[in-house]
Design a protein around this ligand. Structure first.
Ligand SMILES: *[C@@H]1O[C@H](CO)[C@@H](O)[C@H](O)[C@H]1NC(C)=O
Ligand SMILES: *[C@@H]1O[C@H](CO)[C@@H](O)[C@H](O)[C@H]1NC(C)=O
Ligand SMILES: *[C@@H]1O[C@H](CO)[C@@H](O)[C@H](O)[C@H]1NC(C)=O
Length: 227
């Protein structure tokens, strides 16, 4: 009884304590230039308010790595991202352009991204707005040069997501082994989804967006991927 009352008295302080750091944790940082993005990255975790995304990512995505290389224009680069899903490999290439401290994704989907502060020394933390159908969602992704981050670094990312009212992050599994670099070898079994996504009928994106906002829609997506 006494312990409970004591705990109850401390609860408001405990609840608000992490939020006290939010100003610091959600600070946007200046992008130095294209070079800081170039090279190979592991996508370690993601948090997004797109409904269904967490469930679907947890269920189907083992891990993701990416290779960023320069485009012809001095302020643009390509992101070649390889996802391992249900043990199979899929790639997608997107192009981003840096304008006014903001990255603009032109394809396969429309998005804007800024860099957020992180205490992880070899990470970048991206905060994005992206459009699916008629909805705009917010997402945050943590990328590192290592296969995984420390638990303290993951903990910071979780607090940052909470500060932005985003769901708790989905953590990817680097222990499952990454897909190989299909851009380097021709005999790879990686399926490139870039043009399929770019050429998707906008009407279908609207339907997909609607499906994601209901439990029955998410179940239909899960069933169709599983088959
Ligand atoms: C980049 O520039 C080279 C040389 O000017 C050209 O051959 C190539 O087609 C360009 N690539 C793109 C994607 O525009
Ligand atoms: C970049 O920011 C400056 C200053 O805020 C503004 O004047 C300019 O129009 C912006 N450029 C673009 C391409 O948005
Ligand atoms: C996302 O959109 C909101 C609202 O329009 C805006 O305030 C914010 O700066 C945008 N963030 C990014 C990363 O584009």
């Amino acid at each position: 009884m006494f312990l409970f009352i004591l705990a109850a008295a401390l609860l408001p302080a405990a609840l608000s304590a992490p939020l006290a750091d939010c100003d610091v944790l959600t600070r946007q940082v200046q992008i130095q230039g294209r070079d800081q993005f170039l090279g190979v990255w592991t996508y370690v975790a993601e948090s997004t308010n797109m409904p269904g995304s967490k469930t679907l990512t947890k269920m189907f995505v083992d891990n993701v790595w990416g290779k960023i290389y320069p485009a012809n224009e001095s302020d643009s680069f390509f992101v070649f991202q390889v996802q391992k899903m249900l043990g199979r490999c899929f790639s997608v290439t997107s192009k981003l352009t840096l304008v006014n401290n903001t990255l603009h994704m032109e394809y396969p989907i429309s998005a804007t991204e800024v860099l957020m502060t992180t205490s992880c020394p070899d990470c970048i933390l991206l905060l994005s707005n992206y459009t699916l159908g008629e909805s705009t969602y917010m997402g945050m992704q943590l990328l590192t040069r290592r296969p995984k981050v420390t638990s303290a670094e993951m903990d910071e990312f979780k607090r940052q997501a909470a500060c932005l009212n985003l769901p708790s992050p989905t953590v990817l599994d680097s222990d499952k082994g990454f897909c190989t670099d299909s851009s380097a070898s021709k005999d790879s079994e990686t399926v490139d989804l870039t043009s399929a996504i770019s050429q998707t009928d906008p009407e279908y994106m609207k339907i997909l967006d609607k499906m994601l906002s209901s439990q029955s829609g998410i179940k239909m997506i899960m069933d169709s991927i599983s088959n």
